[in-house]
Ligand binder design. Structure first.
Ligand SMILES: N[C@@H](CCC(=O)N[C@@H](CS)C(=O)NCC(=O)O)C(=O)O
Length: 296
């Protein structure tokens, strides 16, 4: 079904942001069943209003939704593409490459998807009707939504831990690595802690004593793996477990065909090895957090 721009934004609709979590997840099905039965006996208008309330507070059923991903090769859309490939979600995701040079990301149509006019963003559509259920921006939020679609975050704990790592990547780690003003102070402490954690495990979370690959590894791994592109001549050797983790992630096929290809390409086919990492003083590096990652 061809995608057409929504006629109004869902971004600011009350309850539009509730879809990342499933408020009904912990409710026994008997309670939900009883609520549904009682709807059937109410007058139509009341029942309609109740259904509308339910629609806004219950989980979006991701089983029958699909996604239009608005992206650009030089954007964090590549991080999202990495996860799409990892989870074989390509049959549910339509990639829409935006012409940033022509300013398509500032067009009125796209601003209804992401009022900030930035990429990536996505529209989640009902598979049957093609109607937009909601739209979303922020690469971390996109990852978490796709993780839910993929069935990866199917318990409250998995959802919570995935959110933790996505937020860590986009705030604590991103700031420590890419904001010059924070880097000297914050990067060593953050990297030391990550290194100690990764001495005990191969992945940040997931099953088994050494963890297993999850969406958190895409969120955090992407930022770590971006870093050598911005800081080509500084090594990360002090953090051997982080280096091993980066090397492990960068050997994944889904990474190589998405974000890895982009990072290699931008480095002229000679991306520094994963053991190379940033340190202070590199002018090019100064800006990733605010806007440099925009052009990553
Ligand atoms: N924090 C946002 C950053 C989004 C962002 O800054 N996107 C850049 C490309 S990576 C962009 O669209 N820049 C164009 C502009 O700001 O006009 C995310 O993680 O998605």
């Amino acid at each position: 079904m061809a995608f057409s721009w929504p006629t109004h934004t869902h971004q600011h609709a009350p309850g539009a942001q509730t879809s990342l979590v499933n408020p009904s997840a912990g409710y026994p099905s008997a309670i939900i069943g009883a609520a549904r039965r009682s709807l059937a006996t109410q007058p139509a208008a009341v029942a309609r209003a109740a259904r509308e309330r339910q629609r806004k507070t219950q989980a979006v059923q991701h089983d029958n939704s699909r996604v239009v991903l608005f992206t650009h090769p030089a954007s964090r859309g590549k991080i999202v593409e990495w996860y799409v490939q990892e989870k074989n979600l390509a049959n549910r995701v339509e990639f829409r490459e935006m012409d940033m040079k022509a300013g398509e990301h500032k067009s009125s149509g796209f601003l209804r998807v992401n009022p900030f006019g930035r990429l990536p963003a996505m529209s989640v559509l009902d598979e049957d009707t093609g109607n937009e259920l909601y739209s979303l921006h922020e690469s971390g939020a996109l990852l978490l939504t796709l993780a839910e679609m993929a069935g990866e975050t199917d318990t409250p704990e998995k959802r919570a831990v995935a959110s933790q790592w996505a937020l860590f990547a986009n705030s604590t780690l991103g700031n420590a690595l890419f904001v010059e003003a924070f880097r000297d102070k914050q990067m060593p402490a953050v990297m030391r802690t990550l290194d100690a954690m990764l001495a005990e495990r191969d992945y940040l979370s997931g099953e088994g004593p050494r963890g297993s690959f999850t969406v958190g590894d895409v969120a955090v791994g992407a930022y770590l793996l971006y870093a050598p592109l911005f800081f080509p001549h500084v090594t990360f050797e002090e953090y051997p477990n982080v280096c091993k983790y980066m090397a492990n992630l960068s050997s994944r096929q889904a990474y190589q065909s998405t974000l890895g290809a982009r990072i290699d390409g931008a480095a002229g086919g000679s991306a520094p090895p994963a053991s190379h990492m940033p340190a202070g003083g590199d002018k090019q590096a100064a800006v990733m957090s605010a806007s440099a990652a925009q052009s990553a």
